[in-house]
Design a protein around this ligand. Sequence first.
Ligand code: SAM
Length: 295
Amino acid sequence: MTALADWMQQCGLDRRDAQVLVAAALGLSRAQQMAHPEHPLETTDLARLNVLASRVRAGEPVAYVLGEKEFFGLTFQVGPDVLIPRPDTELLVECALHRLDALPTADSPRSVLDLGTGSGAIAVAIAHARAAVQVWAVDVSDAALAVAQANARRLLDPQRAGGAIHFVQSDWFAALQNCEPASRFDCIVANPPYVAQGDPHLAALRYEPALALTGQHPSPTGLDDLRRIAAQAGAFLRAGGWLLLEHGWDQAAAVGALLTAQGWEAVSSVNDLAGIARVTAARWPQKVPHAPKIG
Ligand SMILES: C[S@@+](CC[C@H](N)C(=O)[O-])C[C@H]1O[C@@H](n2cnc3c(N)ncnc32)[C@H](O)[C@@H]1O
């Protein structure tokens, strides 16, 4: 019978991916795998592991092979209709929670809008972490919204004070214009498509939806959706509310400049653990500089 350690050596995967597959397929934690490398693999287990490993060797992300990905301490179901949530995006959630907590206490519940919710990772993580916050989540993709709704149902307490997440199919803000009363949010968060058309990294991301990476209208800079959101978000924020945008590793200066040009204040970028500016935050002023464009 093949020992676990031998399969690990022969499977052609990096060690971490192999351990994640074994954990999911056999229910053996990484600690158990490391403590018992001699663990014998039954023929059926071996066959199952080999099928999973061949998909990963062919380039399919482990998260799609397993159908799940951990994000902000929660296990999200994922599939080809949604971007796999990235650890970098946890910074966006942390920034949102930090700003929500710093707002003065109010009579009405706090509200957050997640634009381009995908798997629901950001919206569900915020709703899970702050039970009283009302959360709205938008995506243009019906298939993505179905995944996000299923994750919300599985991961959130049905009795949470903020209620169920409001999911809306919309091209950014288009369908929100008639949604009252939550049209004035305390915080808007977005991890929109920002990969430039023709970016060489797209080849390695071929299993993920193009809509999530380059958007409906791919652009040479990848900044078009960030610009549209920045131009429209002020109309949906309370005065003093925050817009938090995730962007590419080299886009912070451009995003900061377009926010400043559109009248946002307190524009600043936040670094991820690798020291890369990943999130840019901006506050909608008390005194509105101009009527933001809708549409
Ligand atoms: C980069 S993914 C982010 C997914 C998820 N929020 C996350 O962080 O893992 C961008 C999401 O924006 C959605 N999207 C793209 N264009 C859109 C649009 N015009 N309006 C609304 N959502 C859009 C995509 O379907 C995709 O789910």
